[in-house]
Design a protein around this ligand. Structure first.
Ligand SMILES: Cc1ncc(COP(=O)(O)O)c(CNc2csc(C(=O)O)c2)c1O
Length: 404
């Protein structure tokens, strides 16, 4: 639903009621330049809504608000580069050479640092993050890119329970590649890796999952090499996997250094450790730096998630859909395979890209909106309010399409 950005469906009463409040109307009508004129209430709004303990990603107590997913990742990269440079500088002041060289995009002021990403990832289409996006060539063609390291994301065999050994081996293969790239970019290429960006489930790239163990070990390797771990929850965040944040399923040793969000949150931004906050102001800045009007909508969303127990519903309805899709997979094994998902963040593969496109088209003629991702996956991105009744409508339509 709207590329996974509609948490409560259309015209939810809680959202419309919030917009009807005259106090909120004035907030929406008078959008501030938050970086310089935040208004006295803004810190409390952040504390009461975005940093609320039961909602914020565990262990991340700082936040920088933005506008969309791309600009959140772009600016999170800047936090990471500034953090990394400050570590090298060991609190020394900027040198004259750094100041003069950065003005003409040269080292040492413009350092040759890099961000490691993964094949199949999607982190946005703006210039910096586009060097960490690797899902479709058409996103990248004709645009200059940084020579930054790109590791393999695990490619699992399904069903998972019948391929435990192979998939564990795949985790190890990919983690070994990450280690090699850290060394190569530091010692050979002289473009040290300052950060690693990864989606908890690669969405645009094909709903590619990796094990909690993979993410736990990735965090250890990243820390060992003195880099920051950025988990991109733009598409997985806000509840569709049954937890507010997908990485909560991974029981990481410690919180990620940075976690970006957007879509269902109605605004962009990133939570981060205090260490990742630049020491000087104005280093990560733009006119708006977020939008108090969107926090009004988000507040209504959070209240509704709590009041209607929507995370439990997502888990319950997601399990219901997965069970029925697994049954369908047995009956139509020549057509669909690799049924997978967390909560209602669900996907399955089709035998070919053409078949996938055909199934999406036929579902659409039955009033069912699904999406394609990767080369031959169909993905579901329903609102958090999705119930078994809605699921039955989808499942009946898919059964009739598969029987044709
Ligand atoms: C994991 C992840 N990270 C960052 C982004 C970029 O967010 P926006 O800039 O589009 O708000 C996205 C955006 N998702 C997206 C779906 S279709 C699409 C496109 O540009 O075609 C973009 C994302 O899924």
């Amino acid at each position: 639903m709207q590329i996974s950005s509609m948490p409560l469906g259309y015209n939810h009463p809680a959202m419309l009621e919030a917009l009807g409040d005259p106090v909120n109307q004035k907030i929406i009508a008078n959008r501030p330049a938050l970086g310089v004129f935040p208004g006295k209430d803004w810190p409390n709004r952040l504390k009461d809504v975005l940093l609320k303990k039961e909602f914020a990603p565990p262990g991340l107590s700082h936040i920088t608000t933005m506008m969309c997913g791309s600009c959140s990742n772009e600016n999170a990269f800047k936090n990471i580069f500034i953090w990394y440079a400050e570590k090298q500088r060991q609190r020394a002041p900027f040198t004259k050479e750094e100041i003069e060289s950065c003005m003409i995009n040269q080292i040492p002021g413009s350092p040759r640092y890099s961000i490691m990403s993964f094949k199949g990832s999607f982190h946005g289409r703006t210039l910096g993050v586009l060097s960490t996006t690797h899902s479709k060539y058409i996103h990248k063609m004709d645009i200059p890119a940084f020579d930054w390291p790109i590791a393999s994301f695990p490619e699992y065999k399904y069903p998972l329970e019948e391929n435990v050994r192979e998939n564990k081996h795949e985790d190890k293969r990919c983690l070994a590649e990450v280690e090699e790239l850290f060394e190569k970019y530091k010692n050979e290429k002289k473009i040290p890796v300052a950060g690693v960006i990864i989606e908890p489930i690669q969405a645009e790239g094909g709903d590619n999952h990796a094990s909690p163990e993979f993410f736990q070990e990735l965090q250890r390797v990243t820390r060992k090499h003195g880099a920051a771990l950025l988990i991109d929850e733009v598409q997985t965040g806000g509840g569709p996997t049954g937890k507010m944040w997908c990485h909560e399923h991974f029981n990481l040793d410690t919180p990620p250094d940075v976690m970006t969000f957007s879509k269902k949150m109605q605004m962009g931004g990133y939570y981060h450790l205090e260490d990742l906050k630049p020491k000087l102001s104005y280093r990560v800045f733009n006119t708006w730096m977020g939008d108090p009007g969107k926090v009004i909508l988000l507040e209504a969303i959070i209240k509704t998630i709590k009041k209607e127990n929507l995370l439990d519903r997502v888990t319950r309805v997601g399990d219901y859909v997965l069970k029925h899709l697994m049954d369908m997979q047995k009956e139509h094994s020549a057509t669909i395979s690799a049924v997978r998902g967390r909560g209602t963040f669900i996907a399955f593969n089709c035998a070919s890209p053409e078949m996938r496109d055909n199934i999406i088209k036929k579902l659409a003629t039955r009033g069912i909106q699904t999406g394609g991702c990767g080369s031959q996956a169909v993905r579901l991105r329903p609102a958090l309010t999705f119930t078994e009744r809605h699921a039955d409508i989808f499942l009946d339509a898919l059964r009739s399409v598969l029987r044709k």
